[in-house]
Write a protein that binds this ligand. Structure first.
Ligand code: ATP
Ligand code: MG
Ligand code: MG
Length: 531
């Protein structure tokens, strides 16, 4: 199990605790099915899972917060379930806020009757201004009977009803603006993906969350720190409706530089076609980072190590990729690729008269990774960039073979590009003493595999978008870099999602396995150094 791996790794220890756990622990992860999970959601999900399943012997609920039918889709719900499974998270139970629409409605009636909520038809802008200025709504003193009559119209979706909403009567001028009579029910005539057109009104998150938390037996509600101002409001809901208490545990929201973590904005990029889809390797979705080569133990370690910190951090991607490298380096098989562009045809004098091959380890320090075939021949290819630096009669090292001396370099006089090279094999030479160690591939005795190596840049040109920044102004339009090459014959056997290292190039994940006539496609996995 991946969980165990993460814990057994040196340095992967974390200890995060909850208070008041004597009577058990029930946590919940409440995503809205309005997009695919991103790395920020992963933090929330992993923390809920950690407390329920690793730290305490508790229960974790997956609750779909499906209270806004305009955004929600079955497709997203299915993807969320799959992505949690991918992360090794197994919720004990799957629930829906929509399962409680009847009870929520009853609670709404109850607090209106109590005089703790009222119907309001103040227009949006005025309401926002009044809330900002701490002024009461004109409707604040509507009688319960009148408010209930409006609620009925809202429920029936009448033209009059659609103009109204229900607000909790907490305070109109509390210094904490979250307490200024928040909306608890609003109309939406859109068809709900589960309840169809049964309802024309939907509870807000502020109203539904404490009620459903309480009803479902949640003991500890994990919320990101930006909700802190809303904690008194959450408590007010529980108290006013005389519901079982739930403890709120705040944790830091996680952000990354030059990265969007908002389903709404990610949806926009998917819809405009700037990326290939929700699983684009440039996307911070679970699918995207997996496709880029992130491993689950690394994701878990990185997130849980942040522990209970409440400092909102704008992480550099380098940190998490460096964690990932720790996991992939010891097990990634080593292979060789040579870029096609201006490849240098090389003759090795003193090389084998006929090609031959040897079985060599795929990873020098880890025999468990297995063996590969290395082919030796007197016809090989080298990369232009390497050969350009060779000096006449210099002794260089052909990696994993031996030393050779540069004898003849043929350059195209017009272009200045080196086309041919002659090396003289010098097996007696000391590989430790050469300055240049280059990759090469035999062009005889094996079928070289055509490959495409793809690297990516961030989608944003700015580290962090401010409130007033327009997304379109900061989109990086050149984020994909593709190079063609040839790889050793063993690469033909790699499968989609295998992770390897190409010598001197870096770590790569197979996005498309090789098939005759179609190159294998590799995505560069950042190693955490530069990006
Ligand atoms: P988004 O803006 O991407 O839609 P959200 O908070 O509206 O995010 P939800 O589906 O409501 O999305 O979130 C589910 C859970 O994930 C919530 O508990 C939320 O606090 C948490 N969450 C969302 N984004 C982050 C983040 N960047 N860091 C940590 N937790 C997050
Ligand atoms: Mg939300
Ligand atoms: Mg959001």
């Amino acid at each position: 199990k991946e969980k165990k791996v993460a814990k057994s790794k040196e340095g992967a220890s974390y200890d995060i605790a909850l208070k008041n756990t004597e009577n058990g622990v029930v946590t919940r992860f409440p995503p809205e099915p309005s997009g695919y999970l991103h790395i920020g959601h992963a933090k929330a999900a992993l923390l809920n899972d950690y407390f329920a399943h690793e730290k305490y012997n508790g229960t974790m609920l997956l609750r779909f917060d499906d209270t806004n039918p305009s955004n929600e889709k079955q497709e997203f719900e299915d993807a969320i379930v799959e992505d949690l499974a991918l992360m090794g998270i197994k919720p004990n139970k799957m629930t829906y806020t929509s399962d409680y629409f009847d009870e929520l409605y009853d609670h709404c009636i109850k607090i209106i009757k109590q005089g703790d909520a009222y119907a309001d038809d103040t227009d949006k802008e005025t309401m926002a201004a009044q809330r900002w200025d701490g002024l009461p709504s004109q409707r604040r003193d509507l009688s319960p009977e009148e408010s209930l009559a409006r609620l009925e119209e809202m429920k029936n979706g009448t033209p009059e009803g659609l103009r109204w909403c229900i607000r909790a009567k907490i305070s109109f001028d509390c210094p904490n603006k979250a307490m200024r009579d928040p909306v608890i029910y609003r109309c939406n005539p859109a068809v709900h993906h589960r309840t169809g057109s049964k309802w024309k009104i939907y509870p807000t998150y502020d109203f539904a969350c404490p009620i459903v938390d309480s009803m479902e037996g949640v003991t500890h509600a994990l919320r990101t720190i930006e909700y802190r101002d809303r904690n008194p409001q959450y408590q007010w809901m529980l108290d006013t409706m005389k519901l079982r208490n739930v403890q709120v545990w705040d944790f830091a929201r996680m952000n990354f530089v030059r990265t969007l973590l908002s389903k709404r904005k990610l949806t926009k990029l998917v819809e405009t076609g700037l990326v290939w889809g929700w699983d684009d390797p440039r996307f911070p979705t679970i699918r995207g980072i997996r496709r880029r080569g992130m491993t689950i133990p690394a994701l878990r370690e990185f997130i849980l190590k942040q522990g209970p910190s409440k400092a909102v951090t704008n992480f550099d991607w380098g940190l998490i990729w460096a964690t990932n490298k720790k996991y992939i380096d010891p097990i990634a098989p080593r292979h060789t690729t040579i870029f096609n562009k201006n490849v240098v045809k090389t003759t090795v004098t003193g090389g084998p008269a006929t090609p031959y091959s040897e079985e060599k380890p795929r990873h020098i320090k880890n025999a468990a990774v297995g063996m590969k075939k290395v082919v030796y021949s007197s016809s090989i290819i080298l990369e232009q960039e390497d050969v350009k630096l060779f000096k006449p009669d210099e002794e260089i090292t052909l990696m994993n073979w031996g030393n050779a001396i540069v004898r003849k370099v043929t350059t195209n006089a017009e272009t200045g590009i080196i086309t041919d090279l002659e090396l003289e094999l010098h097996m007696a030479g000391d590989v430790k003493k050469t300055e240049k160690k280059v990759t090469w591939l035999a062009t005889e005795g094996q079928d070289l595999v055509p490959v495409e190596l793809v690297d990516f840049d961030h989608l944003l040109t700015k580290d962090s978008l401010g409130e007033d920044d327009v997304l379109e102004d900061f989109l990086n339009l050149h984020t994909e870099f593709r190079e063609e090459g040839l790889a050793d014959c063993n690469v033909a056997d790699l499968k989609e999602s295998d992770i390897i290292q190409f010598d001197r190039k870096g770590y790569y994940r197979v996005d498309r396995a090789y098939s005759p006539g179609k190159p294998a496609v590799f995505f560069n996995i950042p190693s955490g150094k530069s990006k």
